[in-house]
Design a protein around this ligand. Structure first.
Ligand SMILES: [Zn+2]
Ligand SMILES: [Zn+2]
Length: 145
C-alpha cells in the first residue's frame, strides 16, 4: 500500500485495507492467524505526514510456559510522523506496518497472564490437571525432618 504525498488532501486521507497474513513475518512462537485489518488516517503538514493506524488480526502463539498453541486477538495502534522533501514522494504504509508489527512481538508470549505452566517434575499441564508432585515434595521434606 503506497500513497503519494500529493494525494493526501488538506483534511486528511482515511485508509482501510488488509494485508494477507502470509506477508507478515512472525516468529516460531508467533504468527498471524488471519489477515491484518488496517484502518486509520494520514494527515499532511507542510513538511511531514502524520500516520495514525490501527491494525487488528488474530494471532497464533505458542505459550512460553505451558507450550500450548493458542489463538488470541492481536491489536496495535501507533502514530508516526514521516518527513518529506517533495510532494512527489510516496509513503510505503506496508513497510511502516511491518516495522511496527516486528516491534510489537514480545520476547515470549503467554496463553494467559496466570498460566500455571508445566510441572517440572511430571510434565503435566497444570492448567488442565493437578498433580501431586508439589504435595509429595512437601511430604518428603517432612519425612526428612
Ligand atoms: Zn500457557
Ligand atoms: Zn507434577
Amino acid at each position: 500500500m503506497r500513497v503519494k504525498i500529493k494525494d493526501i488532501p488538506e483534511n486528511g486521507l482515511s485508509v482501510n485495507f488488509a494485508i494477507p497474513k502470509e506477508e507478515v513475518k512472525g516468529r516460531d512462537y508467533w504468527e498471524l492467524a488471519s489477515e491484518l485489518a488496517v484502518s486509520g488516517k494520514l494527515a499532511r503538514t507542510s513538511m511531514s505526514v502524520i500516520i495514525e493506524l490501527l491494525c487488528k488480526a488474530d494471532k497464533n502463539i505458542l505459550c512460553a510456559r505451558c507450550l500450548e498453541k493458542v489463538l488470541l486477538p492481536y491489536e496495535i495502534s501507533f502514530t508516526r510522523s514521516q518527513s518529506f522533501d517533495s510532494l512527489d514522494r510516496e509513503i510505503d504504509l506496508k513497510s511502516i506496518i511491518f516495522q511496527e508489527v516486528e516491534l510489537s512481538i514480545p520476547v515470549k508470549e503467554l496463553c494467559k497472564d496466570d498460566c500455571k505452566g508445566i510441572c517440572p517434575i511430571c510434565g503435566v499441564d497444570l492448567n488442565k490437571q493437578d498433580c501431586n508432585c508439589a504435595r509429595s515434595a512437601g511430604i518428603n521434606r517432612k519425612l526428612i525432618r
